[in-house]
Design a binder for this molecule. Structure first.
Ligand code: IMP
Ligand code: MG
Length: 185
């Protein structure tokens, strides 16, 4: 795979749009209402897993009509190209002591399930008042660890996807939609 040098290389890797911005907006409005209803006015802490979930977090937090704080955590899953190596590392931790919070983890995608499995284990050990997981995308075909989100906006087939926060080699996070990545360059 050669490096991206220009706009032509960049665009050639965007195979096709899988989920449009409009479809994402509709699903987020619905998820925001669902979250507000679950907590019924109790304050919550939305925890975004960086970097992939930063775009989803920005839109989701504005769709939740309830008192909420936001927090960030950086969990890095190591990839060789588009293949997960199974190594998950927490490179930046939350600043909040979560023992007084209803926590909602906001994730971009659940693939093998390893990242969230580790993050949930870690956060549960800190005794939050409650803990739920919302994910934008779910690739259930690829699961290696049994893990299910409480709220999942889209279930997708086993394609490597980019855009709306998700990257390949750190590029494509700025696409406003979710696209399939083209490996045939
Ligand atoms: P898991 O630990 O295999 O569930 O992987 C989760 C993390 O891998 C996600 O938070 C993403 O950052 C990354 N990831 C998994 N699948 C994709 C994909 O199709 N495109 C981009 N990133 C992905
Ligand atoms: Mg991620």
């Amino acid at each position: 795979m050669k490096d991206i040098q220009n706009a032509q290389d960049f665009n050639a890797r965007i195979k096709r749009v899988l989920i449009t911005k409009e479809e994402i907006d509709v699903a987020i409005a619905k998820a925001g209402k669902e979250i507000a209803k679950i907590y019924d006015g109790r304050p919550i802490l939305l925890v975004s897993i960086l970097k992939g979930a930063f775009v989803f977090m920005a839109d989701l937090c504005r769709a939740v009509d309830a008192p909420c704080e936001i927090g960030f955590m950086c969990a890095k899953s190591y990839y060789k190209g588009t293949v997960s190596t199974g190594v998950v590392q927490i490179t930046m931790d939350l600043e909040q002591d979560i023992s007084n919070y209803h926590v909602v983890i906001v994730e971009d995608i659940i693939d093998t399930g390893r990242t969230l499995n580790d993050v949930v284990k870690l956060l549960k050990a800190r005794n939050p008042l409650s803990l739920r997981v919302v994910t934008l995308l779910d690739k259930p075909d690829r699961r290696l660890v049994d893990f299910k989100a409480d709220i999942s906006l889209f279930t997708i087939p086993d394609h490597f996807v980019i855009g709306y926060g998700l990257d390949c080699g750190e590029y494509f996070r700025n696409l406003p939609y979710i696209a399939e990545y083209s490996e045939d360059q």
